[in-house]
Write a protein that binds this ligand. Structure first.
Ligand code: PEP
Length: 255
C-alpha cells in the first residue's frame, strides 16, 4: 500500500526564528500520526535552524528547489550536496518557479534525476493554468509535463518519485478542485501517464499528491479518492492546527 503524505510548502514565509518556532509547534502536534509521511519545506535560509530544532523527531524536512549541478558558477543557487543530510525531499517544478523563474520541463527532469542519484526524493509538480483548463487542454498538458519530468528514468527510479498535481487555478485561491476533479486528473492523467511509459505495476506504486487550496475542511474527501495519496499544502501548512488536523484526518483514513 502507498504511504500517504502531507507535505507543507512554506514558500517565502517565516524568518529564521519564526520557522523554528513553527516547526517545533507542528512537530509536537503531528508526532503521533506515524502512518502518514509528514514533510515540511521551509526556506533554504531556515532549513539549518529547523533541522536543528527537530533533530531526533519524526518530521521529515524538504527544500523548495535545488540546482542539478554538483557545484560551480551558479550564483544564488543551492546544490544537492549542500542539502544532503539536512533534507530528504525537494519540491521541484512548482508552478510559481515555472512562472516566475523560468523553470522548464527539461530542468525539472535534470533536477529529479540528480536528486534520485543522491538518494533523495523529488516532489515533482505539474498542473495546468485556468486558460488551459477552460480550453480542454488539461490532460494533454499535464500528461506531457509528467512524461517530460520522468524522461530517461527507470521504473525503479520512478517509484521513488512523488508526483504532485496542482492546478494553477486552485493554488492560493481558496478554490480547490472538487475531490472528483482531483481524482480524475491524479488517476486518469498523472498515474495513467506513468502507466503508459513505465507500466501499470510502476504506476500503482508511485505516490501522487493533489495540491491547491487544501485545508482541514476538504482534506478527508480528497484523501478518500483512490488515486490521491496525499496533499502538497501551501497556506494551511503554515497553521499548526490546520496542518495537524489534515495529518490526523489522513491517519484515520489509513488505519
Ligand atoms: C502550493 O503552493 O503548492 C499550494 C498548494 O498552495 P495552497 O495550498 O495555498 O493553495
Amino acid at each position: 500500500m502507498r504511504k500517504p503524505m502531507m507535505a507543507g510548502n512554506w514558500k517565502m514565509n517565516k524568518t529564521f526564528s519564526e520557522a523554528q518556532e513553527l516547526a517545533k509547534a507542528i512537530n509536537g502536534a503531528v508526532e503521533p500520526y506515524n502512518n502518514v509521511d509528514r514533510v515540511i519545506c521551509p526556506s533554504f535560509v531556515a532549513l539549518p535552524g529547523v533541522a536543528w530544532a527537530l533533530s531526533g523527531g519524526e518530521l521529515l524536512l524538504g527544500a523548495q528547489n535545488v540546482h542539478w549541478a554538483e557545484s560551480g558558477a551558479y550564483t544564488g543557487e543551492v546544490s544537492i550536496s549542500m542539502l544532503k543530510g539536512m533534507v530528504t525531499h525537494v519540491i521541484i517544478g512548482h508552478s510559481e518557479r515555472r512562472q516566475y523563474f523560468g523553470e522548464t520541463d527539461e530542468g525539472v527532469n535534470k533536477k529529479a534525476r540528480a536528486l534520485l542519484a543522491a538518494g533523495m526524493t523529488p516532489i515533482i509538480c505539474c498542473g495546468e493554468t485556468l486558460e488551459q483548463n477552460q480550453a480542454g487542454e488539461t490532460s494533454s498538458f499535464v500528461s506531457g509535463q509528467v512524461k517530460a519530468a520522468l524522461a530517461s528514468m527507470s521504473g525503479d527510479d520512478v517509484v521513488k518519485c512523488v508526483l504532485a498535481y496542482e492546478p494553477i487555478w486552485a493554488i492560493g485561491t481558496g478554490l480547490a478542485a472538487t475531490a472528483q476533479q482531483a481524482q480524475d486528473i491524479c488517476g486518469g492523467v498523472v498515474r495513467a501517464a506513468v502507466a503508459a511509459d513505465f507500466g501499470s505495476a510502476v504506476a500503482e506504486q508511485v505516490v501522487v499528491l493533489y495540491g491547491g487550496s487544501t485545508n482541514e475542511k476538504n482534506i478527508t474527501e480528497i484523501m478518500q479518492q483512490p488515486d490521491i495519496d496525499g496533499a502538497l499544502i501551501g497556506g494551511a501548512a503554515l497553521k499548526v492546527e490546520a496542518y495537524a488536523s489534515m495529518v490526523q484526518q489522513t491517519s484515520e483514513l489509513y488505519k
